[in-house]
Design a protein around this ligand. Sequence first.
Ligand SMILES: *Cc1c(COP(=O)(O)O)cnc(C)c1O
Length: 399
Amino acid sequence: MGEGSISTIEQADTYMFKTYSRFPITLVRGEGCRVWDEDGKPYLDFVGGIAVCALGHSSPVVTKALEAQSRMLVHVSNLFYTKPQVELARLLVENSFADRVFFANSGAEANEAAIKLARKWARDTSGDGKYVVICMDNSFHGRTMATLSATGQAKVRKGFDPLLSGFKFVPFNDVNAIEQAVDDVVCAVMIEPIQGEGGVVVPDSGYLQQVRKLCDERGLLLIFDEVQVGMGRTGKLFAHEHFGVTPDIMTLAKALGNGLPIGAMLATERLSDSFGPGTHASTFGGTPLVTAVSIAVVRSLLEDGVLEHCRQMGDYFKKRLHGLREKYPFIKEVRGTGLILGLELEREGAEVVNSCLEQGFLINCTQERVLRFLPPLIVEQDEIDQLVDCLDGIFQRME
Ligand SMILES: *Cc1c(COP(=O)(O)O)cnc(C)c1O
């Protein structure tokens, strides 16, 4: 590690809140699936900005849109119409179940909008009684007070009491638990179609359909948080497409701008009137700059064969992870769809993550024991091979 790197880290320790436990490298450049630290050491990136950099680093698609729009118009305010914002909304509507879009700046903000819309709709349609959102154990919806209150993980909530009231928790994958939790004050159910931070947990077949049916019977809104698994991550534009159900509200963020900050809340027409003038707003939400980049990202996902490539590479990657599982008894399970994959170990994963880092691979571990892989969707087979061979070597030494 060069002196420059130490100095950056020392300065971070001096000047910044220590909210992140970071790896001791300073990254300065990226291209495709590769990033370089300030000493020039390359890494293959299987974190992908936590499912953000779908088209990879320094994507020409992004750079071109960013350059062009930055010369046209960066920001004006939502007091006025801008073309890229409306065009992105149309693109999202034309390629989803939804009829209307609200733009925010992050996943948490998109979820804030979803929670506010659900409450407002409940108030508009059934008086003052309904406001409770049923959420899942082990869910993750963000770090603002409302989204934290919707997040079913004690370690994330600890120290911030009292949180917002109006959230109830049930186990994921258990439709009966939802049924029992529904009472006169419940207005919505909020679910990640695949739990990301919760450890890459894929629902059992039929579960989401049963939840949809229950919501219809009981007059509840179904909210899908696709902040992590949307925008092509699973090999379809939206993860819920794998399960044959559509929600009433869906939230997006992470890969929507390939690294530019944008979130979106999409919903069906029947909810439209509940978000009228003055009900919700964001200064930066959907700026021309960010939405112009997003348009290019969405078009590339749809038109450049990225989704098909993601499915193929995901299948190949999963097959290779299963190969590791057959070899090492301490690998408990391989989970995931497309290029959100998890390898659950029977021991803590931190040591594996650090060994990978030393050998030039960025991976991530969630829930202490689940190695999570979220590479750019443009990852190639030989890059997957390099990582799996590296993991193989690390596992061999661990035995
Ligand atoms: C990352 C994430 C969020 C929060 O997004 P931010 O942009 O960090 O606010 C919300 N929901 C899910 C499922 C996520 O993975």
